[in-house]
Ligand binder design. Sequence first.
Ligand SMILES: [Zn+2]
Length: 85
Amino acid sequence: MSDNRNAMEHHGCIVCGRGYEMLVVYSPSGKFLDCTVMSPSGGHCVMGHDRPLVACDRHSQQEVDAALAAHYPGQETPEDREERA
Ligand SMILES: [Zn+2]
């Protein structure tokens, strides 16, 4: 498939809310596939979820996991992705 859609989106760090401009890739059906932080530097995508998430590089994995659990309780399992797509 080569009909994926790219979109520029603004998302905040899931831990501290710092804003990032991100290039987000969706499938033709609108399913989130991938994302890349465009600017500013110092952030990275948090993959494994069905939505574009970003976190600053300076946050530990524990901080990111805690923020995810707080924002999306019970939605971190892969089994949930298809149902909510
Ligand atoms: Zn942050």
